[in-house]
Design a protein around this ligand. Structure first.
Ligand SMILES: [Zn+2]
Length: 389
């Protein structure tokens, strides 16, 4: 099917009158690249207003025409898409959700379908963020070969952490101007989408217990870690450095009960259970927590930073698995996430996780002497879905 011939547009982009933001943005991305490659402009029209000529039609997102061609986007997995050519029409139909097309939380199957066509049929590549990184080969003709395929992401979470930082506090001359920073962030967000980054499931990571000491510390000190001064309290100055007593049944129940409340507010897109500690070592000295740690003969083989408070990976593995098993009684699909900080980053020796427990490894934690507080340095965070930490 021809989109452009002899430098002239010979196709029209068609959107449903109720098209999502994702489909509208996909149309803009398609026409932008075709114009850069050929100089030709593809018209965008609402379904029902297609020109009566025989020129090709490119249907983006859910439309009546796509349904008549047998494509049901509701049957596609999140962020997936179908590409189909039929009777001089090209259908690019994905499983999208409402929301900002550039947000990694928005499902953007239709947009990813457009990127697939741009890469495969026009040789487009996005080498780095910004216009300078766009590789769009010039041509007088764009032809899409016969297509009939459905593509799904191989990874549920596809994400790169931003490298953009505002260093203006240290040395203004080394930093971006406010305008340049805004542009760099926008370029980066666009580029990440062009690489199909996103979350096909709503996933919660990040410190889960920063407000727990203030909220629950008074009534339930037993949910917090027992330290070597014989008291239960945060490891540093404030609640943001609270560490938990991860063997506490009351803690488990409160976490699951809070999660059930969240699920009730968004039943169509349930979150995972976030079991990520704040930036802290596993330090609870209570008898139950200690009884969850087997004797480790290999402890001395690890560098001191792992072993100064003892290696407690088994108690954390049991903590996360316990949460998952409790949650699974309400939702078989429930996923628990956790960060394995330093002294619980080595693999456990007795406990097993299951495949609904996902752990990010954080093997470094820096304790600045002047604050007494803990700060993690996420130098090597790797999300893994596996039966082991
Ligand atoms: Zn404990």
């Amino acid at each position: 099917m021809m989109l452009v011939k002899n430098g002239q547009s010979v196709a029209t982009v068609v959107l449903s009158a109720q098209a999502t933001e994702v489909a509208r943005y996909a149309a803009r991305e398609l026409t932008y690249h075709v114009e850069k490659a050929t100089g030709a402009q593809l018209n965008i029209v609402a379904e029902g207003g297609e020109p009566a000529d025989t020129a090709g039609k490119i249907y983006l997102g859910p439309t009546s025409a796509a349904r008549n061609a047998g494509i049901d986007p509701e049957k596609l997995l999140p962020d997936s898409f179908t590409l189909l050519t039929k009777d001089n029409a090209l259908f690019i139909v994905g499983r999208d959700s409402e929301g900002n097309p550039l947000s990694p939380d928005t499902w953007a199957g239709t947009l990813f379908g457009v990127y697939e066509v741009l890469e495969q049929s026009m040789g487009v590549r996005w080498l780095w963020p910004g216009e300078l990184g766009e590789h769009i080969p010039k041509t007088g003709a764009v032809m899409v070969p016969d297509l009939s395929k459905t593509v799904s992401p191989r990874l549920i979470i596809r994400r790169l952490r931003s490298t953009l930082r505002d260093w203006s506090g240290s040395n203004p001359e080394d930093s971006f101007s406010p305008e340049a920073m805004k542009q760099a962030r926008a370029d980066e967000a666009k580029w990440l989408r062009r690489q199909r980054m996103g979350h096909s499931r709503k996933m919660r990571w990040g410190h889960a217990f920063t407000d727990w000491w203030d909220k629950y510390g008074k009534d339930h000190p037993e949910w917090f870690n027992l330290l070597d001064d014989g008291k239960r309290h945060p490891q540093g100055g404030g609640g943001a450095s609270a560490g938990m007593c991860v063997s506490s049944p009351g803690l488990h129940e409160q976490i699951v009960s809070n999660w059930l409340e969240e699920c009730a507010t968004s039943p169509d897109s349930k979150p995972n259970i976030n079991g990520c500690e704040n930036d802290v070592f596993g330090r609870c000295l209570c008898d139950v927590c200690k009884s969850w740690d087997p004797l480790r003969k290999d402890e001395s083989a690890f560098p001191e930073r792992f072993s100064q408070f003892g290696i407690v990976s088994d108690r954390y593995a049991r903590f996360w698995r316990t949460l998952q098993e409790m949650a699974a009684k309400h939702d078989r699909d429930a996923i628990v996430t956790g960060y394995a900080y330093v002294n619980y980053a080595p693999p456990p020796v007795r406990e097993k996780l299951n495949d609904h427990v996902w752990i990010g490894l954080v093997p470094r934690l820096v304790l600045p002497a002047h604050t007494g507080g803990a700060q993690a340095v996420h130098r090597h965070v790797a999300g893994v879905g596996s039966d082991r930490v």
